[in-house]
Design a protein around this ligand. Structure first.
Ligand code: AMP
Ligand code: GLY
Length: 415
């Protein structure tokens, strides 16, 4: 497992309880992962180092968690050593690495998405903002860990963000605003066969009631009791399969996890974004519900044999995850704060604590080391029970100045 965050801890948890998986190694992992896997001090974006480690350990499968190593070609480096790797090539990972590229692929594949202008001058930005009107949506073209998007009624703020992106990269994307609830749907694919997971919803804004800045994600739940019947089949047929087929047709097949960020708008389904990897924190709520062997599925995708794997099996319950973030996150997180209460939280019924940004200090104390620090996750018979359990766990954890949302899954739990 390559990576350091909550998504990687959630993946390691699911692999560790998979009877068909003998051993898990992490490069470099985190203190939560350390309980389940041997850690190796390797830089996740250093393809040669990751490939060398995988060869030395003689592993059957490398799983790349985050987007940065994928875009940097780490999966290519591993496959060059004839080692199976779950994660797309650098070329295919551009579906996440460049919003302009993703728009071009969607247009070619006939996939519904927000209208967008890719702008390279301030005049073009002004024209696009005024053509679409408020609320304004302005996106950094490249990778920004969910923080490069401004959605605002304030034209001056939108223009300021666009100007910043133009200065940094020479390009910025201005989009039509999409209304309606958002859904994250993940699919495992080997470049041909597409196997969807259960849909999830994440909470991108920092504050309750979807206020404040965009973050990497402050919480999530799955499945979606309110989702329209046939949603998953519809997204596979209209979004995931056509996108996978289009990338294949271009000679850059996408094998790995294709994440469709969707808006269910008043005018129908639209893609907000694609990601080339599991979502964080959605993975924390999707994988605890999976009854199939995760190792088998990932390995089949990595070796072009996904058609041999039947539909995935899921438990009937639900999962909710609440992120505790460091003070100052997302703009300027203050790190190094002492964490207490993780084991007490982990002893609550149905609760486990996923490490997202933690480290063990020289004196042995567990301290925060990332903007999102832990994801307190719980499973239950339904969303309401999972939610109540997750928040019971949150109550037991202390970190000075920590921020968390109090309304994760509230609405879904009430339905
Ligand atoms: P992205 O990085 O593209 O996923 O954008 C982050 C978040 O910004 C999304 O999850 C949405 O909540 C919001 N967002 C992005 N694009 C749009 C859009 N066209 N209309 C409304 N909200 C959007
Ligand atoms: N939860 C949003 C993401 O992983 O991009």
């Amino acid at each position: 497992m390559i990576g350091t965050g909550g998504r990687e801890h959630a993946l390691v948890l699911a692999l560790a309880r998979d009877e068909l998986v003998d051993q898990v190694h992490a490069a470099p992992g985190n203190p939560g992962i350390a309980a389940l896997a041997e850690r190796h001090e390797v830089d996740p974006v250093d393809g040669a180092a990751v490939a060398a480690l995988a060869a030395r350990l003689d592993v059957d499968l490398v799983v790349v968690g985050p987007e940065a190593p994928l875009v940097a070609g780490v999966a290519d480096a591993v496959r060059d050593k004839a080692i199976a790797c779950f994660g797309p090539t650098a070329e295919a990972a551009r579906i996440e690495g460049s919003k302009a590229f993703a728009k071009e692929v969607m247009a070619a594949a006939g996939v519904p998405t927000a209208l967008a202008h890719v702008c390279t001058t301030r005049d073009a930005v002004v024209a696009a903002l005024d053509a679409f009107g408020a609320p304004y949506v302005v996106k950094d073209d490249g990778l920004t860990a969910g923080k490069g998007v401004v959605v605002s009624d304030d034209r001056a703020e939108a223009l300021r963000h666009a100007t910043g992106c133009l200065t940094a990269d020479g390009v910025v994307v201005v989009e039509e605003h999409l209304d309606g609830p958002e859904v994250s749907l993940f699919a495992v694919t080997d470049g041909e066969t597409v196997l969807p997971l259960v849909p999830a919803q994440d909470f991108k804004r920092l504050g309750d009631g979807d206020t404040g800045p965009n973050t990497g994600g402050m919480g999530a739940y799955a499945p979606l009791p309110w989702a329209p019947a046939g949603l998953v089949d519809d997204v596979v047929a209209r979004v995931l399969q056509p996108t996978v087929d289009e990338l294949s047709r271009r000679g850059t097949p996408f094998a790995g996890l294709l994440y469709a960020g969707l808006a269910l708008t008043s005018r129908g389904l639209r893609v907000v974004e694609f990601n080339a990897r599991f979502g964080d924190p959605e993975t924390q709520v999707v994988l605890p519900l999976l009854d199939s062997s995760l190792g088998t599925v990932l390995r089949a995708a990595a070796t072009g044999r996904l058609h041999e794997v039947g539909p995935l099996r899921w438990s009937s319950g639900a999962a909710v995850s609440v992120v505790l973030a460091a003070p100052g996150y997302p703009r300027a997180a203050r790190l190094g704060g002492l964490l207490h209460g993780l084991s007490a939280a982990g002893r609550c019924p149905g609760v486990h604590v996923v490490h997202a940004g933690t480290t063990v200090r020289a004196d042995g104390a567990l301290v925060s080391a990332g903007g999102r620090v832990v994801a307190v996750t719980a499973v239950g018979a339904d969303v309401a029970e999972a939610r109540q359990r997750a928040y019971a766990g949150v109550e037991l954890i202390t970190l000075d100045g920590a921020q968390h949302r109090t309304d994760v899954a509230t609405w879904a739990a009430a339905g």
